[in-house]
Design a protein around this ligand. Structure first.
Ligand code: GTP
Ligand code: MG
Length: 471
């Protein structure tokens, strides 16, 4: 992690100038952010998108590709030397090798530059030669966006809120007990400090496991190279009466402030503020399968993530962005290959309803938005199965657990998303009249024709929405 010493405003100003100069005189750059909560499908999405932009045989809905205007696509060294490279080759080998498997979980930010040589369309086509458009894809955990909410809070406010929030939660038993024995005004004892932060981190992990999304500070769960450092060694404390300079309270307060200024702000300044186009991936089917509580939690988590795209609500972001906006946001329900295509419209409607609240209120500050259901890597085929005298629209694939082929009917999604989101909001324990299942399928072994990327569902439409207008 590199900490910049420039102030927020200056950094953004210099960079804006840099962007403009290079876009005007050199080659245009599109920065595409890919985010979503853990396991939402970010790594598979980027891997398959890149593979399908390199080999465009299955990208019929990407207009520049279907018009044959993309003359070449190639990977290049990325512009940011301090960000890990997205490990495209390893992930692709996992997905498309002789024994295909899903890639490992990735827990930090990474970046990849794909460059496209494109012939202009329309009037310009006769006048101009091909130009190069760089697509910088940035993969970052959605959890990091949740930290935005910390910036407006003092340590005292944050502590008060968190302690109140965790009061009724079983997952926090150990932390509540630990805090009871602590005198926040007493001198800092580093062993005690580490113990408290470890117990609090344990609570965050348990809470996330139980489906709570309000698990900040985000880096406590995904520390990366900050693991064990003082900026991650703090925890919420009960208010202290005039704590001294060397007290536990003051130490945690300083670290909380350091977390904000040296972890949260640099992420927003160095990465988030530079994004032009954004995909937010959501494992909506996984949540529906897990039940109403998980759906409600997903909705609330998504709403929190999306506040980052409505910068008017946050003074720091407003200042940082200086009017720059994400131009397009795609909300995509991933893993749609778990459903027969006849049910994809229902899944898309659920996505629209989940993000609709937020887009109505502020229209994401002028960004164009779209909801979609897609599969980055299609692991199933479709099949009709007769069951109890009825034809069921099934999907067939190789089950992850047993390796056996099976046809599978996940249950019918309702035409009206309110039938799911309503009970979820009202705190229902189970779905009333339908049971939803999700099987885990392994990626299918592939034998790709020359020029074809891996099989997908609507990845070409997603690409057209996100970057088609710039090609
Ligand atoms: N059937 C199917 N499963 C998918 C697809 N994309 C992702 N998955 C499943 O979802 C899991 C998570 O996908 P990833 O791309 O690793 O998700 P991620 O958001 O990068 O996850 P983290 O790095 O852990 O945050 C995979 O291991 C697959 O089981 C898809 O297109 N089809
Ligand atoms: Mg990942």
């Amino acid at each position: 992690m590199v900490f910049s010493s420039l102030t927020d405003g200056v950094a953004r100003g210099v960079e804006t100038l840099g962007d403009t100069v290079s876009e005007t005189f050199f080659e245009p750059v599109i920065r595409l952010g890919v985010t979503g909560l853990a396991r939402s499908g970010k790594t598979v999405f980027i891997t398959s998108l890149v593979a399908n932009l390199l080999d465009r045989g299955r990208m019929g809905q990407l207009v520049a590709a279907s018009e044959g205007r993309i003359e070449a696509a190639f990977l290049q060294p990325q512009p940011d030397d301090t960000v890990p490279r997205f490990d495209y080759e390893t992930h692709l080998a996992a997905l498309t090798g002789p024994e295909p498997h899903w890639p490992d979980s990735t827990r930090a930010i990474s970046e990849l530059r794909l460059s496209l040589r494109v012939r202009p369309s329309g009037l310009l086509s006769g006048l101009q030669g091909p130009r190069t458009v760089h697509l910088d894809i940035v993969d970052y955990p959605g959890e990091w966006l949740l930290d935005l909410g910390l910036l407006d809070k003092s340590f005292a406010e944050w502590s008060r809120e968190v302690l109140a929030r965790i009061e009724p939660r079983d997952e926090a038993d150990a932390y509540r007990a630990a805090v009871r024995d602590v005198d926040p005004a007493g001198d800092l004892d580093e062993v005690q400090a580490k113990g408290l932060s470890a117990t609090f981190t344990g609570y965050l992990h348990a809470a996330r496991g139980a489906g709570y999304h309000d698990c900040t500070p985000g880096r406590f769960l995904l520390p990366g190279d900050l693991d064990g450092s003082p900026v991650l060694t703090f925890a919420p404390l009960p208010e202290a009466e005039r704590p001294g300079r060397r007290s536990l309270w003051r130490a945690f307060e300083r670290r909380f402030e350091a977390y904000k200024s040296r972890v949260v702000k640099p992420f927003f300044r160095d990465h988030f503020s530079r994004i032009d186009r954004q995909v937010v991936l959501v494992d909506a089917l996984g949540a529906i399968h897990a039940g109403p509580r998980a759906v409600e939690d997903m909705r609330a988590g998504l709403a929190d993530i999306l506040t980052a795209f409505r910068p008017g609500r946050n003074a720091f972001l407003t200042r940082l962005l200086l009017g720059k906006r994400v131009e397009k946001i795609l909300f995509a329900a991933t893993k749609a290959d778990h459903l027969h295509h006849t049910q994809h419209p229902q899944l898309t409607a659920i996505m629209e309803a989940l993000t609709g609240d937020a887009s109505d209120r502020a229209q994401f500050a002028g960004a164009m938005t779209q909801a979609m259901s897609l599969a980055s890597l299609r692991a199933t085929t479709e099949e009709q199965v007769r069951h109890d005298g009825r034809e069921l629209d099934c999907v067939r694939g190789r089950l992850l657990e047993t390796g056996r082929q099976a046809a599978f009917y996940p249950g019918a999604l309702p035409d009206d998303p309110a039938q799911l989101l309503g009970p979820a909001r009202q705190g229902a324990d189970a779905w009333l009249d339908q049971d939803y299942q999700v099987m885990k399928f392994a990626p299918a072994p592939l034998s790709l024709r020359a020029g074809d990327g891996p099989p997908h569902i609507r990845l070409d439409r997603a690409a057209q929405f996100l970057i088609g207008d710039r090609l």
